[in-house]
Design a protein around this ligand. Structure first.
Ligand code: NDP
Ligand code: KPL
Length: 339
Protein backbone atom coordinates (compact mmCIF):
# COMPACT_ATOMS: atom_id res chain seq x y z
CA UNK A 1 0.00 0.00 0.00
CA UNK A 2 1.43 3.41 -0.99
CA UNK A 3 -0.58 5.31 1.61
CA UNK A 4 1.61 6.10 4.63
CA UNK A 5 1.09 4.43 7.97
CA UNK A 6 0.24 7.32 10.29
CA UNK A 7 2.00 7.09 13.67
CA UNK A 8 0.33 9.30 16.29
CA UNK A 9 2.90 9.92 19.04
CA UNK A 10 6.50 9.66 17.80
CA UNK A 11 8.26 9.11 21.15
CA UNK A 12 10.15 6.02 22.33
CA UNK A 13 7.69 3.48 20.87
CA UNK A 14 6.17 5.34 17.90
CA UNK A 15 9.49 6.89 16.89
CA UNK A 16 11.30 3.54 16.79
CA UNK A 17 8.56 1.93 14.69
CA UNK A 18 8.65 4.94 12.34
CA UNK A 19 12.43 4.84 11.98
CA UNK A 20 12.48 1.11 11.15
CA UNK A 21 9.59 1.36 8.69
CA UNK A 22 11.03 4.41 6.94
CA UNK A 23 14.45 2.72 6.71
CA UNK A 24 12.79 -0.32 5.09
CA UNK A 25 11.02 1.90 2.53
CA UNK A 26 7.54 1.65 4.10
CA UNK A 27 5.75 5.00 3.59
CA UNK A 28 5.21 6.52 7.02
CA UNK A 29 4.11 9.84 8.51
CA UNK A 30 4.64 10.56 12.21
CA UNK A 31 2.70 13.08 14.29
CA UNK A 32 3.93 14.52 17.59
CA UNK A 33 3.04 17.51 19.76
CA UNK A 34 6.73 18.23 20.47
CA UNK A 35 7.51 20.57 17.56
CA UNK A 36 11.35 20.41 17.95
CA UNK A 37 11.18 16.61 17.88
CA UNK A 38 8.98 16.59 14.76
CA UNK A 39 11.36 19.06 13.06
CA UNK A 40 14.44 16.99 13.95
CA UNK A 41 12.92 13.68 12.72
CA UNK A 42 11.83 15.23 9.42
CA UNK A 43 14.95 17.38 9.01
CA UNK A 44 18.32 15.95 10.07
CA UNK A 45 16.71 12.62 10.96
CA UNK A 46 15.82 10.48 13.95
CA UNK A 47 18.89 8.97 15.68
CA UNK A 48 18.38 5.45 17.02
CA UNK A 49 21.02 4.82 19.68
CA UNK A 50 22.05 2.00 22.02
CA UNK A 51 23.18 -1.63 21.94
CA UNK A 52 20.48 -2.99 19.63
CA UNK A 53 21.02 -0.71 16.63
CA UNK A 54 22.58 2.62 15.71
CA UNK A 55 21.39 4.58 12.70
CA UNK A 56 19.95 7.91 11.64
CA UNK A 57 16.81 7.98 9.53
CA UNK A 58 14.83 10.90 8.14
CA UNK A 59 11.15 10.23 8.92
CA UNK A 60 8.40 12.64 7.80
CA UNK A 61 6.94 14.08 11.00
CA UNK A 62 4.45 16.88 11.66
CA UNK A 63 2.47 18.37 14.55
CA UNK A 64 -1.25 17.47 14.87
CA UNK A 65 -2.48 20.74 13.29
CA UNK A 66 -0.46 19.97 10.12
CA UNK A 67 -2.01 16.59 9.32
CA UNK A 68 -4.01 16.50 6.08
CA UNK A 69 -6.28 13.79 4.67
CA UNK A 70 -7.44 10.42 5.94
CA UNK A 71 -5.51 7.21 6.59
CA UNK A 72 -6.35 3.50 6.66
CA UNK A 73 -3.72 2.57 9.26
CA UNK A 74 -3.03 4.67 12.35
CA UNK A 75 -0.65 3.49 15.08
CA UNK A 76 -1.35 5.20 18.39
CA UNK A 77 1.71 5.48 20.67
CA UNK A 78 0.98 8.20 23.20
CA UNK A 79 0.94 7.53 26.95
CA UNK A 80 -2.27 5.79 28.09
CA UNK A 81 -3.72 8.89 29.76
CA UNK A 82 -3.29 10.81 26.50
CA UNK A 83 -5.40 8.33 24.52
CA UNK A 84 -8.73 10.13 24.70
CA UNK A 85 -7.30 13.51 23.68
CA UNK A 86 -5.25 11.96 20.88
CA UNK A 87 -8.31 10.06 19.60
CA UNK A 88 -10.29 13.32 19.38
CA UNK A 89 -7.47 14.81 17.28
CA UNK A 90 -6.91 11.84 15.01
CA UNK A 91 -10.51 10.77 14.38
CA UNK A 92 -11.06 13.21 11.47
CA UNK A 93 -8.02 11.58 9.82
CA UNK A 94 -9.18 7.96 10.22
CA UNK A 95 -10.71 6.45 7.07
CA UNK A 96 -14.23 4.99 7.39
CA UNK A 97 -12.79 1.52 6.76
CA UNK A 98 -9.48 2.16 8.52
CA UNK A 99 -8.28 1.24 12.01
CA UNK A 100 -6.26 2.46 14.98
CA UNK A 101 -3.66 0.10 16.45
CA UNK A 102 -2.78 0.69 20.10
CA UNK A 103 1.00 0.36 20.62
CA UNK A 104 0.68 1.18 24.32
CA UNK A 105 0.53 -0.29 27.81
CA UNK A 106 -2.90 -0.68 29.42
CA UNK A 107 -6.35 -1.48 28.08
CA UNK A 108 -6.50 1.49 25.69
CA UNK A 109 -8.23 -0.65 23.07
CA UNK A 110 -11.45 -0.04 25.06
CA UNK A 111 -10.95 3.74 24.89
CA UNK A 112 -10.14 3.59 21.17
CA UNK A 113 -13.17 1.39 20.48
CA UNK A 114 -15.44 3.84 22.32
CA UNK A 115 -14.19 6.69 20.12
CA UNK A 116 -13.72 4.96 16.75
CA UNK A 117 -15.90 1.85 17.02
CA UNK A 118 -14.78 -1.71 17.80
CA UNK A 119 -14.45 -2.51 14.09
CA UNK A 120 -11.85 0.25 13.69
CA UNK A 121 -9.73 -0.90 16.66
CA UNK A 122 -6.77 -3.29 16.62
CA UNK A 123 -4.75 -4.42 19.64
CA UNK A 124 -1.03 -4.75 20.20
CA UNK A 125 1.32 -5.62 23.04
CA UNK A 126 4.84 -4.19 23.06
CA UNK A 127 7.56 -5.05 25.55
CA UNK A 128 10.76 -3.80 23.95
CA UNK A 129 12.57 -1.12 25.92
CA UNK A 130 13.13 2.41 24.61
CA UNK A 131 13.65 5.93 25.96
CA UNK A 132 13.03 9.29 24.31
CA UNK A 133 16.32 11.08 25.03
CA UNK A 134 15.56 14.44 23.42
CA UNK A 135 14.44 15.92 20.08
CA UNK A 136 15.39 13.45 17.33
CA UNK A 137 17.07 10.95 19.73
CA UNK A 138 15.72 7.58 20.91
CA UNK A 139 17.53 4.87 22.89
CA UNK A 140 16.67 1.32 21.79
CA UNK A 141 17.54 -0.42 25.06
CA UNK A 142 16.49 -3.99 24.36
CA UNK A 143 14.37 -6.15 22.12
CA UNK A 144 11.20 -7.57 23.64
CA UNK A 145 7.89 -9.14 22.75
CA UNK A 146 5.77 -7.56 20.00
CA UNK A 147 2.30 -9.06 19.49
CA UNK A 148 -0.64 -7.99 17.34
CA UNK A 149 -4.25 -9.17 17.25
CA UNK A 150 -7.81 -8.08 16.62
CA UNK A 151 -9.80 -7.31 19.76
CA UNK A 152 -12.46 -9.85 18.71
CA UNK A 153 -9.84 -12.55 18.09
CA UNK A 154 -10.42 -12.85 14.35
CA UNK A 155 -7.56 -12.73 11.85
CA UNK A 156 -8.29 -10.58 8.80
CA UNK A 157 -6.20 -9.43 5.84
CA UNK A 158 -5.55 -6.13 7.68
CA UNK A 159 -4.27 -8.06 10.75
CA UNK A 160 -1.90 -10.01 8.53
CA UNK A 161 -0.78 -6.74 6.88
CA UNK A 162 0.01 -5.14 10.26
CA UNK A 163 1.73 -8.34 11.44
CA UNK A 164 4.03 -8.20 8.40
CA UNK A 165 4.78 -4.53 9.10
CA UNK A 166 5.65 -5.30 12.71
CA UNK A 167 7.98 -8.08 11.55
CA UNK A 168 10.01 -5.38 9.75
CA UNK A 169 10.73 -3.98 13.21
CA UNK A 170 10.76 -7.22 15.22
CA UNK A 171 11.30 -10.43 13.22
CA UNK A 172 10.00 -12.48 16.18
CA UNK A 173 6.68 -10.58 16.30
CA UNK A 174 3.62 -12.75 17.03
CA UNK A 175 0.11 -12.73 15.52
CA UNK A 176 -2.40 -13.77 18.17
CA UNK A 177 -6.09 -14.61 18.41
CA UNK A 178 -6.03 -13.57 22.08
CA UNK A 179 -4.53 -10.09 22.40
CA UNK A 180 -6.26 -9.60 25.79
CA UNK A 181 -4.17 -12.44 27.22
CA UNK A 182 -1.01 -10.45 26.47
CA UNK A 183 -2.45 -7.11 27.56
CA UNK A 184 -3.46 -8.57 30.94
CA UNK A 185 -0.06 -10.25 31.27
CA UNK A 186 1.54 -6.84 30.77
CA UNK A 187 -0.80 -5.35 33.38
CA UNK A 188 0.57 -7.92 35.86
CA UNK A 189 4.19 -7.19 34.96
CA UNK A 190 3.34 -3.49 34.67
CA UNK A 191 2.08 -3.35 38.28
CA UNK A 192 5.48 -4.71 39.33
CA UNK A 193 7.22 -2.08 37.19
CA UNK A 194 5.24 0.66 38.94
CA UNK A 195 6.49 -0.77 42.25
CA UNK A 196 10.11 -0.67 41.03
CA UNK A 197 9.59 3.07 40.36
CA UNK A 198 8.91 3.64 44.07
CA UNK A 199 12.70 3.44 44.38
CA UNK A 200 15.56 5.05 42.45
CA UNK A 201 17.00 1.57 41.75
CA UNK A 202 17.12 -0.09 38.35
CA UNK A 203 14.39 -2.55 37.37
CA UNK A 204 16.79 -5.52 37.67
CA UNK A 205 18.07 -4.39 41.12
CA UNK A 206 14.46 -4.26 42.33
CA UNK A 207 13.62 -7.72 40.97
CA UNK A 208 16.87 -9.15 42.41
CA UNK A 209 16.29 -7.85 45.96
CA UNK A 210 14.77 -10.72 48.00
CA UNK A 211 13.19 -8.28 50.48
CA UNK A 212 11.06 -6.84 47.64
CA UNK A 213 9.93 -10.25 46.36
CA UNK A 214 6.80 -10.62 48.54
CA UNK A 215 5.35 -7.27 47.41
CA UNK A 216 6.16 -7.92 43.73
CA UNK A 217 4.63 -11.40 43.94
CA UNK A 218 1.59 -10.04 45.78
CA UNK A 219 0.99 -7.47 43.02
CA UNK A 220 1.29 -10.15 40.33
CA UNK A 221 -1.21 -12.33 42.18
CA UNK A 222 -3.75 -9.54 42.58
CA UNK A 223 -3.70 -8.68 38.85
CA UNK A 224 -3.93 -12.35 37.82
CA UNK A 225 -6.99 -12.83 40.06
CA UNK A 226 -8.72 -9.92 38.36
CA UNK A 227 -7.72 -11.21 34.91
CA UNK A 228 -9.24 -14.59 35.76
CA UNK A 229 -12.45 -12.90 36.90
CA UNK A 230 -12.54 -11.15 33.51
CA UNK A 231 -12.32 -14.56 31.84
CA UNK A 232 -8.79 -13.95 30.55
CA UNK A 233 -5.89 -16.41 30.83
CA UNK A 234 -2.78 -14.22 30.52
CA UNK A 235 0.16 -15.39 28.42
CA UNK A 236 3.86 -15.50 29.29
CA UNK A 237 6.56 -13.25 27.80
CA UNK A 238 10.16 -12.15 28.53
CA UNK A 239 10.41 -13.70 32.01
CA UNK A 240 6.87 -12.91 33.14
CA UNK A 241 5.07 -16.22 33.78
CA UNK A 242 1.40 -15.51 34.64
CA UNK A 243 0.76 -19.11 35.76
CA UNK A 244 3.28 -18.55 38.57
CA UNK A 245 0.98 -15.93 40.12
CA UNK A 246 -2.24 -17.91 39.84
CA UNK A 247 -3.99 -19.13 43.03
CA UNK A 248 -2.67 -22.71 42.87
CA UNK A 249 0.94 -21.81 42.00
CA UNK A 250 3.66 -22.31 44.57
CA UNK A 251 5.83 -19.62 46.17
CA UNK A 252 8.86 -21.16 44.40
CA UNK A 253 7.20 -20.74 40.98
CA UNK A 254 6.49 -17.07 41.68
CA UNK A 255 10.05 -16.50 42.90
CA UNK A 256 11.40 -18.15 39.72
CA UNK A 257 9.46 -15.72 37.53
CA UNK A 258 10.75 -12.76 39.59
CA UNK A 259 14.32 -14.09 39.13
CA UNK A 260 13.70 -14.43 35.37
CA UNK A 261 12.50 -10.81 35.27
CA UNK A 262 15.68 -9.74 37.11
CA UNK A 263 17.73 -11.60 34.47
CA UNK A 264 15.76 -10.20 31.51
CA UNK A 265 16.13 -6.63 32.76
CA UNK A 266 19.81 -7.04 33.66
CA UNK A 267 20.81 -6.96 30.01
CA UNK A 268 18.96 -3.82 28.86
CA UNK A 269 20.47 -0.39 28.30
CA UNK A 270 17.09 0.94 29.47
CA UNK A 271 17.84 0.41 33.15
CA UNK A 272 14.67 2.03 34.49
CA UNK A 273 11.01 1.82 33.50
CA UNK A 274 9.07 4.50 31.66
CA UNK A 275 7.31 5.14 34.98
CA UNK A 276 10.61 5.97 36.68
CA UNK A 277 11.52 8.26 33.79
CA UNK A 278 8.18 10.08 34.04
CA UNK A 279 8.73 10.65 37.77
CA UNK A 280 12.48 11.27 38.02
CA UNK A 281 13.56 12.51 34.58
CA UNK A 282 10.54 14.02 32.81
CA UNK A 283 8.99 15.24 36.12
CA UNK A 284 5.44 14.52 35.02
CA UNK A 285 2.48 12.39 35.92
CA UNK A 286 2.60 8.66 35.19
CA UNK A 287 0.12 6.25 33.61
CA UNK A 288 -0.76 4.83 37.05
CA UNK A 289 -4.48 5.67 36.93
CA UNK A 290 -4.89 4.38 33.37
CA UNK A 291 -3.06 1.12 34.14
CA UNK A 292 -3.05 0.13 37.82
CA UNK A 293 -6.09 2.28 38.67
CA UNK A 294 -8.01 0.65 35.83
CA UNK A 295 -7.34 -2.81 37.33
CA UNK A 296 -8.45 -1.57 40.77
CA UNK A 297 -11.74 -0.39 39.23
CA UNK A 298 -12.33 -3.68 37.44
CA UNK A 299 -11.50 -5.57 40.67
CA UNK A 300 -14.15 -3.54 42.52
CA UNK A 301 -16.76 -4.53 39.90
CA UNK A 302 -15.95 -8.19 40.65
CA UNK A 303 -15.84 -7.65 44.44
CA UNK A 304 -12.15 -8.61 44.57
CA UNK A 305 -9.97 -6.98 47.23
CA UNK A 306 -6.71 -5.59 45.80
CA UNK A 307 -5.01 -3.87 48.75
CA UNK A 308 -1.52 -3.82 47.24
CA UNK A 309 -2.64 -2.36 43.91
CA UNK A 310 -4.74 0.24 45.75
CA UNK A 311 -1.75 1.22 47.93
CA UNK A 312 0.51 1.31 44.86
CA UNK A 313 -1.71 3.89 43.14
CA UNK A 314 -1.63 6.07 46.28
CA UNK A 315 2.16 5.81 46.65
CA UNK A 316 2.82 6.73 43.03
CA UNK A 317 0.53 9.74 43.46
CA UNK A 318 2.48 10.65 46.61
CA UNK A 319 5.69 10.78 44.55
CA UNK A 320 4.02 12.67 41.68
CA UNK A 321 2.78 15.27 44.17
CA UNK A 322 6.08 15.50 46.13
CA UNK A 323 4.62 14.02 49.32
CA UNK A 324 7.15 11.19 49.28
CA UNK A 325 10.49 10.53 47.70
CA UNK A 326 11.56 7.50 45.73
CA UNK A 327 13.24 5.24 48.29
CA UNK A 328 13.46 1.76 49.69
CA UNK A 329 11.22 2.96 52.56
CA UNK A 330 8.54 4.06 50.06
CA UNK A 331 8.73 0.63 48.42
CA UNK A 332 8.26 -1.10 51.79
CA UNK A 333 5.33 1.21 52.62
CA UNK A 334 3.49 -0.95 50.06
CA UNK A 335 3.39 -3.86 52.50
CA UNK A 336 3.26 -1.92 55.81
CA UNK A 337 0.81 -3.62 58.17
CA UNK A 338 0.39 -6.42 55.62
CA UNK A 339 -0.12 -9.91 56.95
N1 NDP B 1 9.14 3.25 26.29
C1 NDP B 1 9.05 1.93 26.43
O1 NDP B 1 10.06 1.23 26.52
C2 NDP B 1 7.71 1.27 26.45
C3 NDP B 1 6.55 1.98 26.44
N2 NDP B 1 5.36 1.32 26.39
C4 NDP B 1 4.11 2.07 26.34
O2 NDP B 1 3.99 2.72 25.08
C5 NDP B 1 3.19 3.92 25.19
C6 NDP B 1 4.01 5.08 24.63
O3 NDP B 1 5.11 5.28 25.51
P1 NDP B 1 6.47 6.00 25.08
O4 NDP B 1 6.69 5.90 23.62
O5 NDP B 1 7.50 5.49 26.01
O6 NDP B 1 6.11 7.51 25.46
P2 NDP B 1 6.85 8.84 24.97
O7 NDP B 1 6.48 9.90 25.95
O8 NDP B 1 8.29 8.56 24.73
O9 NDP B 1 6.18 9.14 23.56
C7 NDP B 1 4.88 9.66 23.38
C8 NDP B 1 4.99 10.87 22.47
O10 NDP B 1 3.69 11.29 22.09
C9 NDP B 1 3.59 12.71 22.31
N3 NDP B 1 2.19 13.07 22.46
C10 NDP B 1 1.44 13.19 23.59
N4 NDP B 1 0.16 13.52 23.29
C11 NDP B 1 0.10 13.62 21.95
C12 NDP B 1 -0.94 13.94 21.03
N5 NDP B 1 -2.18 14.22 21.45
N6 NDP B 1 -0.67 13.93 19.72
C13 NDP B 1 0.58 13.65 19.26
N7 NDP B 1 1.62 13.36 20.08
C14 NDP B 1 1.38 13.33 21.41
C15 NDP B 1 4.42 12.93 23.55
O11 NDP B 1 4.70 14.29 23.79
P3 NDP B 1 4.92 14.74 25.36
O12 NDP B 1 6.12 13.97 25.84
O13 NDP B 1 5.14 16.21 25.29
O14 NDP B 1 3.67 14.34 26.07
C16 NDP B 1 5.63 12.08 23.20
O15 NDP B 1 6.52 12.74 22.34
C17 NDP B 1 2.86 4.04 26.69
O16 NDP B 1 1.60 3.47 26.93
C18 NDP B 1 3.96 3.19 27.37
O17 NDP B 1 3.59 2.68 28.63
C19 NDP B 1 5.27 -0.03 26.28
C20 NDP B 1 6.39 -0.78 26.28
C21 NDP B 1 7.70 -0.20 26.39
C1 KPL C 1 10.10 -1.58 31.07
C2 KPL C 1 9.24 -1.64 29.83
C3 KPL C 1 10.03 -1.19 28.66
C4 KPL C 1 8.81 -3.07 29.59
O1 KPL C 1 9.90 -3.92 29.42
C5 KPL C 1 8.02 -0.80 30.00
O2 KPL C 1 6.97 -1.19 29.61
C6 KPL C 1 8.10 0.53 30.64
O3 KPL C 1 9.12 1.23 30.48
O4 KPL C 1 7.13 0.91 31.28
Amino acid sequence: MDEPVLIWGAGAIGGLLGAYWARAGVPVLMVDIVAEHAAACAGTGLCVEGPVDTFRQVVPCVTPDQVLGTFQRIVLAVKAHGTEAAMAQLLPHLAEDGYVLSAQNGLNEHVIARAAGAGRTMGAFVNFGADWLGPGRILFGNRGAVVVGEIDGTVRPRTQDMFELLQVFEPAAVLTEDIWAYLWGKLGYGAMLFATALTPDSMSANFADPSRGPALIGLGREVMRVAQAEGVTPKAFNGFEPAAFMPRATEAEARRSIADLAAFNATTAKSHSGIYRDLAVRKRRTEVDAQVGAVVEIAARHGIAVPLLTRLVALIHDIEDDRREMSEATFHALTEGWT
